[in-house]
Design a protein around this ligand. Sequence first.
Ligand SMILES: Nc1ncnc2c1ncn2[C@@H]1O[C@H](COP(=O)(O)OP(=O)(O)OP(=O)(O)O)[C@@H](O)[C@H]1O
Ligand SMILES: [Mg+2]
Length: 146
Amino acid sequence: MTQPADCADACLPIRSDMDLVWVRQHVRRTAAQLGFGLVEQTRLVTAASELARNTLVHGGGGVVESTCLTSGRVRGLRLVFADEGPGIPDPDRGSLGAGRPSGGGLGIGLGGTRRLVHEFSVESAAGTGTRVTVASWAATPPRGAP
Ligand SMILES: Nc1ncnc2c1ncn2[C@@H]1O[C@H](COP(=O)(O)OP(=O)(O)OP(=O)(O)O)[C@@H](O)[C@H]1O
Ligand SMILES: [Mg+2]
Protein backbone atom coordinates (compact mmCIF):
# COMPACT_ATOMS: atom_id res chain seq x y z
CA MET A 1 0.00 0.00 0.00
CA THR A 2 1.36 3.42 -0.93
CA GLN A 3 0.31 7.01 -0.39
CA PRO A 4 -1.46 8.76 -3.33
CA ALA A 5 0.54 11.85 -4.36
CA ASP A 6 -2.52 14.14 -4.60
CA CYS A 7 -3.98 13.45 -1.16
CA ALA A 8 -2.57 14.92 2.04
CA ASP A 9 -2.52 13.12 5.36
CA ALA A 10 -3.68 15.16 8.31
CA CYS A 11 -3.99 15.19 12.08
CA LEU A 12 -6.88 17.31 13.31
CA PRO A 13 -7.74 18.24 16.91
CA ILE A 14 -11.11 17.27 18.40
CA ARG A 15 -11.59 19.70 21.26
CA SER A 16 -14.82 21.57 20.48
CA ASP A 17 -18.07 21.40 18.53
CA MET A 18 -16.40 23.56 15.88
CA ASP A 19 -13.66 20.95 15.48
CA LEU A 20 -16.40 18.42 14.66
CA VAL A 21 -17.38 20.66 11.74
CA TRP A 22 -13.76 20.76 10.50
CA VAL A 23 -13.47 16.97 10.79
CA ARG A 24 -16.65 16.46 8.72
CA GLN A 25 -15.45 18.94 6.08
CA HIS A 26 -12.00 17.34 5.91
CA VAL A 27 -13.41 13.82 5.52
CA ARG A 28 -15.93 14.93 2.86
CA ARG A 29 -13.30 16.80 0.84
CA THR A 30 -10.65 14.10 1.11
CA ALA A 31 -13.06 11.29 0.26
CA ALA A 32 -14.20 13.25 -2.82
CA GLN A 33 -10.56 13.75 -3.88
CA LEU A 34 -10.00 10.02 -3.56
CA GLY A 35 -12.92 9.28 -5.88
CA PHE A 36 -15.57 8.23 -3.35
CA GLY A 37 -19.10 8.61 -4.74
CA LEU A 38 -21.62 10.83 -2.95
CA VAL A 39 -23.20 7.96 -1.01
CA GLU A 40 -19.80 6.58 -0.02
CA GLN A 41 -18.69 10.04 1.09
CA THR A 42 -21.80 10.44 3.23
CA ARG A 43 -21.34 7.04 4.88
CA LEU A 44 -17.77 7.90 5.85
CA VAL A 45 -18.65 11.45 6.96
CA THR A 46 -21.48 10.08 9.13
CA ALA A 47 -19.17 7.50 10.70
CA ALA A 48 -16.48 10.15 11.30
CA SER A 49 -19.04 12.49 12.84
CA GLU A 50 -20.19 9.85 15.33
CA LEU A 51 -16.66 8.82 16.27
CA ALA A 52 -15.42 12.40 16.59
CA ARG A 53 -18.35 13.17 18.88
CA ASN A 54 -17.49 10.12 21.01
CA THR A 55 -13.87 11.35 21.21
CA LEU A 56 -15.11 14.75 22.37
CA VAL A 57 -17.95 13.72 24.69
CA HIS A 58 -16.73 10.43 26.18
CA GLY A 59 -12.95 10.72 25.64
CA GLY A 60 -12.61 14.31 26.81
CA GLY A 61 -11.14 15.38 23.45
CA GLY A 62 -8.37 14.01 21.28
CA VAL A 63 -7.31 13.89 17.65
CA VAL A 64 -8.18 12.23 14.37
CA GLU A 65 -5.38 11.06 12.11
CA SER A 66 -6.36 10.75 8.49
CA THR A 67 -4.32 8.68 6.04
CA CYS A 68 -4.91 8.26 2.31
CA LEU A 69 -4.49 4.70 1.08
CA THR A 70 -3.82 3.11 -2.29
CA SER A 71 -4.03 -0.58 -3.04
CA GLY A 72 -3.53 -1.22 -6.75
CA ARG A 73 -5.98 1.13 -8.48
CA VAL A 74 -8.32 1.33 -5.50
CA ARG A 75 -8.05 4.24 -3.11
CA GLY A 76 -9.20 4.53 0.45
CA LEU A 77 -9.15 6.62 3.58
CA ARG A 78 -8.19 5.50 7.07
CA LEU A 79 -9.24 7.53 10.11
CA VAL A 80 -7.90 6.92 13.62
CA PHE A 81 -9.78 8.64 16.46
CA ALA A 82 -7.55 8.74 19.54
CA ASP A 83 -8.06 10.09 23.01
CA GLU A 84 -6.54 9.64 26.45
CA GLY A 85 -9.85 9.58 28.25
CA PRO A 86 -11.30 6.97 30.60
CA GLY A 87 -11.45 4.25 27.91
CA ILE A 88 -14.35 1.94 27.14
CA PRO A 89 -14.37 -0.61 30.00
CA ASP A 90 -15.94 -3.26 27.77
CA PRO A 91 -15.22 -2.31 24.12
CA ASP A 92 -17.18 -5.27 22.74
CA ARG A 93 -20.29 -4.15 24.54
CA GLY A 94 -19.54 -0.58 23.46
CA SER A 95 -19.01 -1.72 19.87
CA LEU A 96 -22.50 -3.10 19.83
CA GLY A 97 -23.79 0.30 20.74
CA ALA A 98 -25.19 -0.92 24.01
CA GLY A 99 -24.65 2.46 25.62
CA ARG A 100 -27.51 4.88 26.18
CA PRO A 101 -27.68 7.50 23.39
CA SER A 102 -25.90 10.66 24.53
CA GLY A 103 -28.39 12.83 22.70
CA GLY A 104 -25.81 15.01 20.95
CA GLY A 105 -25.19 12.79 17.94
CA LEU A 106 -27.31 11.01 15.38
CA GLY A 107 -27.91 8.09 17.76
CA ILE A 108 -26.10 5.73 15.38
CA GLY A 109 -23.52 4.77 17.99
CA LEU A 110 -20.53 2.51 17.58
CA GLY A 111 -22.65 -0.39 16.36
CA GLY A 112 -24.18 1.63 13.54
CA THR A 113 -20.85 3.24 12.70
CA ARG A 114 -19.26 -0.17 12.19
CA ARG A 115 -21.82 -0.94 9.48
CA LEU A 116 -21.05 2.29 7.60
CA VAL A 117 -17.38 1.49 6.92
CA HIS A 118 -15.36 -1.36 5.43
CA GLU A 119 -12.90 -1.77 8.30
CA PHE A 120 -13.51 -1.06 11.98
CA SER A 121 -11.55 -1.74 15.13
CA VAL A 122 -11.55 -0.47 18.70
CA GLU A 123 -8.55 -0.57 21.03
CA SER A 124 -9.49 0.53 24.48
CA ALA A 125 -9.25 -0.34 28.13
CA ALA A 126 -10.19 1.45 31.30
CA GLY A 127 -7.62 4.13 32.05
CA THR A 128 -5.63 3.85 28.80
CA GLY A 129 -7.76 5.90 26.44
CA THR A 130 -9.40 4.81 23.21
CA ARG A 131 -8.32 4.35 19.59
CA VAL A 132 -11.03 3.67 17.05
CA THR A 133 -9.76 2.92 13.53
CA VAL A 134 -12.01 2.92 10.47
CA ALA A 135 -11.21 2.63 6.79
CA SER A 136 -13.25 2.66 3.61
CA TRP A 137 -12.41 2.18 -0.03
CA ALA A 138 -13.80 3.96 -3.08
CA ALA A 139 -15.95 1.64 -5.17
CA THR A 140 -14.36 2.75 -8.44
CA PRO A 141 -11.02 4.36 -9.31
CA PRO A 142 -11.28 8.14 -9.89
CA ARG A 143 -11.91 9.34 -13.46
CA GLY A 144 -8.72 9.81 -15.41
CA ALA A 145 -6.81 7.38 -13.18
CA PRO A 146 -4.22 5.38 -15.13
N1 LIG B 1 -13.87 7.54 23.05
C1 LIG B 1 -14.53 6.99 24.07
N2 LIG B 1 -14.04 7.04 25.33
C2 LIG B 1 -14.71 6.47 26.38
N3 LIG B 1 -15.89 5.82 26.24
C3 LIG B 1 -16.43 5.75 25.03
C4 LIG B 1 -15.80 6.31 23.86
N4 LIG B 1 -16.56 6.04 22.79
C5 LIG B 1 -17.61 5.36 23.24
N5 LIG B 1 -17.54 5.18 24.58
C6 LIG B 1 -18.49 4.45 25.46
O1 LIG B 1 -19.21 3.55 24.65
C7 LIG B 1 -20.62 3.82 24.79
C8 LIG B 1 -21.29 3.54 23.47
O2 LIG B 1 -20.95 4.54 22.52
P1 LIG B 1 -21.98 4.89 21.38
O3 LIG B 1 -21.36 5.91 20.48
O4 LIG B 1 -22.42 3.61 20.78
O5 LIG B 1 -23.21 5.51 22.17
P2 LIG B 1 -23.36 6.94 22.82
O6 LIG B 1 -22.25 7.86 22.41
O7 LIG B 1 -23.57 6.75 24.31
O8 LIG B 1 -24.71 7.45 22.19
P3 LIG B 1 -24.99 7.92 20.69
O9 LIG B 1 -25.97 6.93 20.15
O10 LIG B 1 -25.51 9.30 20.87
O11 LIG B 1 -23.67 7.88 19.94
C9 LIG B 1 -20.71 5.26 25.25
O12 LIG B 1 -21.90 5.51 25.97
C10 LIG B 1 -19.48 5.38 26.14
O13 LIG B 1 -19.75 4.87 27.42
MG1 LIG C 1 -21.72 8.07 20.38
